[in-house]
Design a protein around this ligand. Structure first.
Ligand code: TXA
Ligand code: MG
Length: 308
């Protein structure tokens, strides 16, 4: 086998057991979640968590999300108030991350929280991620499984292309459903828009949409999820040398959703950016996506991809 390639195992009992064994031994494994593929390690093991940072080339001040099986496991790690419990009851398992005070006795490696007094925590819905959580018996820290500042992976081959042999094992369970990273909520503020939209959150709590004045999520750098090529937004047609990613009536080399569906567009977004980056064109243009529902998260990621 080529030394530059990771091992990719199709989801199943044997692959789950293999992944859990690697994690228990302090290794890292790429796993699918309902949002994007994550690069997981035992959140209690600082050496294992350090391997995530090393593989991604991520600055160590950027804290990670802790993934657990259920609310009880989350309450053993973080301090929940009534608001947090209401959100967890409605949206877990699912693509919502809560930022909460970390319990001092939680046993989470300080590298996970980057020394903050809060922890970002979520209960994923994906069968493969849940099976590995159950088999490993430990909370798993996992950022998206891409090199730092590269496009988030929604398929196993995206992980392999971005991280290569820096990730020894990838659990492959096909393309992820939601396609953009989880919504992050701290108190009543959305730190990162995602598949759980402001309208959905508002059914439970009055949350503030949009960005907080100060950057309390260090990962929210303006330039993030960046393709290698320049990206132009709001395109209605292709200019010379461009690869056009369409939406709705704007047809291109590719489309996020020909029928103008933002949910379909979210699921296809990162795959479309990966294809555009891999094409012969020297620049990427993207059609306008409506700022509604999960379109808010899509536009957030597109603005970062365009570096503004
Ligand atoms: O969907 C997802 O959330 C995926 C899957 C794998 O779960 N994970 C993911 O992780 O997107 P990552 O590391 O790419 O993004 C985590 C974000 C970063 O922006 C980080 O700064 C923020 O969460 N974060 C983590 N802990 C935080 C904390 N205590 N306070 C504020 N923001 C925090
Ligand atoms: Mg990421």
């Amino acid at each position: 086998m080529d030394a530059q390639l990771p091992v990719i195992r199709r989801y199943g009992e044997a692959a789950v057991a293999e992944a859990a064994a690697v994690l228990r031994a302090g290794g890292i494994v790429a796993l699918p979640s309902e949002t994007v593929y994550g690069l997981a390690a035992d959140a209690r093991d600082s050496a294992a968590v350090a391997r995530i940072y090393a593989a991604k080339g991520r600055p160590s001040f950027n804290p990670l999300i802790v993934h657990v099986l259920d609310l009880a496991a989350a309450e053993a790690i973080a301090l929940f108030d009534a608001d947090a419990r209401a959100l967890a009851a409605r949206f877990w398992p699912g693509p919502l991350t809560l930022v909460l005070p970390v319990r001092s006795e939680a046993g989470i490696a300080s590298l996970v929280t980057a020394g903050l007094t809060t922890v970002a925590i979520r209960v994923p819905a994906h069968r493969a991620f849940r099976a590995v959580l159950a088999a490993s018996g430990t909370p798993l820290a996992a950022p998206s499984a891409n090199a730092s500042n590269a496009i988030s992976p929604t398929r196993a081959d995206h992980v392999a292309a971005s991280l290569g042999a820096r990730v020894p094992l990838i659990l492959d369970d096909g393309a992820t459903a939601a396609g953009v990273e989880s919504t992050i909520v701290a108190g009543r503020t959305i730190l990162r828009p995602g598949p759980v939209t402001v309208e959905m959150l508002a059914e439970v709590l009055p949350v503030a949409a949009g960005r907080t004045a100060h950057v309390s999520a260090p990962g929210q750098l303006a330039v993030h999820y960046a393709p290698v090529k320049p990206v132009r937004l709001g395109a209605v047609g292709r200019r010379e040398g461009e690869w056009l990613i369409g939406f709705g009536e704007v047809a291109g080399d590719d489309t996020l959703s020909a029928r103008g569906d933002v949910v379909e567009a979210a699921a296809r977004l990162f795959d479309a950016l990966h294809r555009a980056d891999a094409s012969e064109a020297r620049a990427i243009a993207v059609a306008t996506v409506p700022e509604a529902g999960v379109g808010v998260a899509i536009n957030d990621r597109l603005r970062r991809a365009a570096g503004r």
